[in-house]
Design a protein around this ligand. Structure first.
Ligand SMILES: Nc1nc2c(ncn2[C@@H]2O[C@H](COP(=O)(O)OP(=O)(O)OP(=O)(O)O)[C@@H](O)[C@H]2O)c(=O)[nH]1
Ligand SMILES: [Mg+2]
Length: 561
């Protein structure tokens, strides 16, 4: 009903703005397609098990036959989502990965994200493109700092959160304490959908509180295959016989305590992001993965309307619209091209359709469209709201751009980040100048890193700016492996950057008296910035130069809009 009203509103406001691809199509079919879509990200602090869980969701979703492992040992395949060379080498995720697959009548768009804070820009961009998240928690550690930050972003956006308490096969915190921590530290309601039976070496499975069934699992070597499971009620002798008295009694006591608390599963609170359903398990052992997948699909939302300048654009809106939230080059060494990842927000996407591109204000034909699965791709002919699609061959596409058949639609979803690490990047091999420039330009377009240009400077080496220093390493590694270009980093003496108002004149910039060690520069959008050696000198400058109001958040120029 709500969506229907939004559809009406969006439609009457924007009708006549273009050439609707869908007006002649069947409204019923688009509604059915939207209802089938589930688009979500897996988020958490580093190492909680996001990539492992992603791989197991693919295994249980039937999208891979054999699960790989993050630390791909000899004779074992690597995970589908950590496909980058550097990720395999390091065993950490560096870049988010899109995985689209069908399961149980749903079209799932799953995004595995990197947990490390140096790569959080990528993760935050992904959060703009999803309708829900699965928050993974290491049950031995509880809520870690990066999880808390990501949770805050989800809360601000009202994104429904599902929690997976992972690594129950290791000595873990008391599950009651973990639930309490969610409520206390995050200030969110928490409803345990299932409950761990035993922990550590004695972790046997989970009790599904909604069906009152015990699920007892067996471990498989390397967790490559689905874990055999026996299911039965608490008093079922076949199940009861597999548990020792201590484990059985502890579990039933804890369950009784939960029942006494008397909370019920509140779908509305979950959809509003006010309460999180909690699932326990072990991703590496495949325990509880099926219950998470099915529980998530049952309770998570289909694509919702998007807000644009105060108006809601419903997914059923008959004009196609979507925005670019990620660019990635060289995913397939055979192709060496760049893919723009688009979240479809409204209408139906059809290959070869002509759309308006907000940044260039030009009409473009989208002929090379792909369904993405890790670093694999397949030609895609149509897509619906919720889908993430990959578009190849458009150099003008940048992160944040809107593509639509109704030029009045313009999404401004992508957040901007303040760099805190600065370094010059030298090219030690002049013979490879072209590769160096080309590679760097591409990585800048991908948003792997930002660049600044010092004012009145004779230094030729680009000044790179990053949220965290690991981003520099990624740039160097990728320049070498993807472009054959060596590079050398030289630390730059600043740690703080601030933006001036866009209307500040060159004369005013000339007249400023800067603290020692500070420099004026421009960002890639030619917006003036000032670099400081530390917070103290930034504060001093702000106090003594009231006429030039500084912003810690990158300004959005018309070019970015
Ligand atoms: N014991 C145990 N280890 C696990 C489990 N799940 C994942 N791990 C291990 O935890 C480590 C980190 O797993 P990842 O899946 O790479 O974690 P991640 O959250 O994707 O890490 P980043 O992407 O780098 O933030 C790996 O060594 C996994 O094998 C589990 O259920 N039990
Ligand atoms: Mg990972």
């Amino acid at each position: 009903m709500g969506q229907c009203a939004n559809f009406q509103r969006g439609f009457s406001r924007l009708v006549g703005g273009g050439n609707p691809a869908m007006l002649s199509g069947s409204a019923v079919s688009i509604t059915t397609e939207i209802a089938k879509r589930r688009t979500f990200a897996i988020i958490s602090h580093p190492d909680a098990g996001k990539t492992t869980l992603t791989e197991k969701l693919l295994l249980y979703g039937g999208a891979v036959q054999l699960a790989g492992s993050v630390t791909a040992r000899k004779n074992q395949r690597a995970t589908t989502s950590d496909w980058m060379e550097l990720e395999k080498k390091r065993g950490i995720s560096i870049s988010s990965t899109v995985l689209q697959f069908d399961y149980d009548g749903y079209r799932i768009n799953l995004l595995d994200t990197p947990g490390h804070k140096d790569f959080s820009e990528d993760t935050y961009r992904v959060l703009t493109a999803v309708d829900a998240v699965v928050m993974v928690i290491d049950s031995a550690k509880g809520i870690e700092p990066q999880t808390r930050k990501l949770f805050e972003v989800c809360r601000q956006r009202g994104v429904p959160i599902f929690t997976f308490m992972n690594k129950c096969d290791r000595p873990m915190k008391n599950p009651l304490e973990l639930i309490d921590e969610l409520e206390r530290v995050l200030g969110i309601g928490a409803f345990p959908v299932n409950w761990p039976i035993g922990d550590g070496f004695d972790f046997r499975g989970v009790f599904d509180r909604q069906t009152s069934q015990m699920h007892l699992f067996e471990r498989t070597v390397g967790g490559q295959f689905r874990a055999p499971v026996s299911v039965g009620g608490v008093d079922d002798p076949a199940v009861r016989g597999q548990l020792d008295d201590v484990t059985f009694n502890k579990t039933t006591e804890e369950l009784a305590m939960l029942e006494q608390a008397g909370e019920i599963f509140d779908d509305a609170a979950v959809l509003a992001g006010k309460s999180t359903p909690v699932f326990f398990g072990s991703a590496s052992n495949n325990f509880g993965v099926q219950l998470l997948l099915d529980g998530f699909l049952k309770h998570s939302p289909a694509p919702k309307p998007r807000i644009m300048a105060g108006t809601q654009i419903a997914p059923e809106y008959p004009y196609f619209s979507g925005f670019i939230f990620k660019i990635q080059a060289n995913m397939d060494p055979k192709h060496r091209d760049r893919i723009a990842f688009v979240r479809v927000c409204s209408g139906k996407f059809e290959r070869d359709m002509i759309v308006h591109h907000s940044r260039s204000e030009k009409k473009v034909r989208l002929s090379s469209s792909h369904k993405i699965f890790g670093n694999e791709r397949e030609t895609l002919d149509e897509a619906y709201p919720g889908d993430v699609i990959g578009l190849v061959g458009h150099d003008s596409f940048g992160i944040g751009g809107t593509l639509t058949t109704d030029p009045q639609v313009l999404y401004k979803e992508i957040p901007r980040f303040t760099p805190e690490a600065f370094s010059y990047l030298h090219n030690p091999n002049t013979a490879k100048y072209k590769q160096f420039r080309q590679g760097l330009e591409q990585l800048l377009q991908e948003g792997v890193i930002q660049a600044l240009y010092l004012r009145h400077s004779s230094i030729k080496a680009p000044l790179l700016a990053a949220v965290g220093p690991l981003q520099f390493e990624v740039v160097q590694y990728r320049l070498q492996s993807e472009y054959g270009a060596e590079s050398r980093l030289e630390a730059a003496p600043w740690t703080v950057v601030r933006w001036f108002p866009t209307d500040i004149t060159e004369e005013v910039l000339d007249s400023l008296s800067l603290p020692t060690g500070s420099r004026l520069a421009y960002d890639t959008g030619k917006n003036p910035v000032v670099l400081f050696p530390n917070e103290w000198s930034a504060g001093y400058f702000e106090e003594t130069n009231q006429q030039a109001k500084l912003s810690a958040i990158p300004v959005q120029t018309a070019r970015d809009a």
